[in-house]
Design a protein around this ligand. Structure first.
Ligand code: FES
Ligand SMILES: [Fe+2]
Length: 396
């Protein structure tokens, strides 16, 4: 049996031990303590299932889920597992179905999760069997402006309290009313630990990404709000179109137009513990549903949206901006993917990752950060440390 060494967590609040990004034994603990722990995880926006009988499946921290819009127009979330012997019920990513039939022994469920038929009317089944005791199992479910959250723990607080200080930014990303229309997805598996992916910060934006440099990220005004307990971040940054309109950068500078959003709040980012990100850069409405796959792989589905009241020209503008700006082939996310992988390679070495920008006290966590600080992530790191049960050096 391999006995893993305890994690040595530095005393300084701005130092994170690199081993937490690469140790497989910690990955298994994280699945239990965090992903199945007292957290809420967004898994879909209800506009991804616009019609009755639409469904979507997702896997979150290895747990397969089936999300449906049932015959009564209600969004439902189930464990994607037949209640007979546990077979995955629906293998497709998306579709429209009245009934879900398990291939193994042909139990059939409706979109409300009820078991409605068994072959030969359950002849020879155990004495206590009755179909109404075998509906699909469910996680806890909550909804914020159409964004559907699940939790696998009764200990997660009410969603409103969980979101806390970041609710306004999250609502603003979803056009305030959450009346969205799905445009499509871009899906990627990053060669990175999930915490490396989610440790992205405002500081890097104009340094790694030429597109944000051109939009004057570093020179603009903005704010970062950090939720006290879990360190969720809601950030707003002013952007501006270059003086020449972008014509020296792009053959078609119309890609940089702000048609919906005010450039003063040209970038809004919500980063939630443990792994959800939502952004509105320019007119791009983008929710990023993510799951850890293994200690060195993180899958992210970028879902893009328009507002239901948009005309076709606006929809087209959002699609062009989304595909050229964020997403795996855009100006921004391609660079992120490369850096996430290099962070993961670098984290195989001993020592610590040291946060600098925005650190005012190395002995105590602060909650007060400026637009371009990286240290706002330290609130989340302190929550991670505590929920994983790691003491700082010198503490009991
Ligand atoms: S496992 Fe699904 S019907 Fe038997
Ligand atoms: Fe980035």
């Amino acid at each position: 049996m391999v006995v893993e060494a305890p994690v040595r967590w530095p005393r300084k609040v701005n130092e994170i031990p690199k081993e937490v990004f690469v140790r497989e034994d910690l990955f298994e603990q994280e699945m239990e303590k965090i992903f199945k722990g007292p957290e809420w995880h967004p898994v879909a926006h209800e506009s991804e299932l616009p019609n009755r009988r639409d469904f979507k499946t997702v896997v979150l921290a290895r747990i397969p889920l089936l999300i449906t819009r049932d015959d009564s127009d209600q969004i439902q979330v189930f464990f994607n597992s037949c209640t007979h012997r546990g077979t995955q019920l629906e293998p497709s990513r998306k579709g429209n179905k009245k009934l879900f039939e398990c291939p193994y022994h042909r139990w059939v469920f409706n979109g409300s999760g009820e078991l409605i038929s068994c072959p030969k009317r359950a002849e020879g089944y155990a004495p206590s069997f009755s179909m109404n005791r075998y509906s699909l199992g469910r996680p806890r479910v909550a909804n914020f402006k159409g964004l559907i959250f699940v939790s696998f723990s009764e200990a997660a607080p009410a969603l409103e309290d969980y979101l806390g200080e970041i609710s306004d930014t999250l609502a603003a990303i979803m056009a305030n009313d959450g009346r969205l229309r799905l445009l499509g997805y871009q899906k990627i598996v990053f060669d990175s630990n999930w915490k490396g992916y989610n440790d992205s910060d405002s500081y890097h934006a104009a340094l790694l990404h030429g597109a944000f440099r051109a939009l004057n990220w570093q020179g603009g005004k903005g704010t970062q709000v950090v939720s006290k307990l879990r360190g969720h971040i809601g950030a707003t940054s002013e952007l501006s179109i270059p003086k020449d309109g972008g014509s020296s950068l792009l053959k078609d500078p119309s890609l940089l137009e702000f048609r919906d959003e005010d450039p003063k709040v040209g970038s809004r980012v919500v980063k939630m513990f443990p792994l959800f990100v939502a952004v509105k850069h320019l007119d791009v409405i983008n929710l990023r549903f993510a799951t850890p796959i293994s200690v060195d792989k993180t899958e992210v589905h970028y879902a893009y949206f328009a507002h239901v009241d948009d005309d076709e020209a606006m929809v087209r503008h959002r699609i062009r901006q989304a595909s050229n700006f964020t997403g795996p082939s855009g100006f921004v996310s391609m660079e992120d993917a490369s850096v996430f992988q290099r962070i993961h390679i670098g984290n195989q070495t001993p020592g610590v990752a040291a946060f600098q920008r925005g650190v005012t006290d190395e002995d105590e966590i602060s909650f007060d950060y400026k637009q371009n600080d990286e240290a706002s992530n330290l609130v989340k790191w302190d929550y991670y440390r505590r929920i994983m049960g790691f003491a700082r050096e010198g503490e009991q």
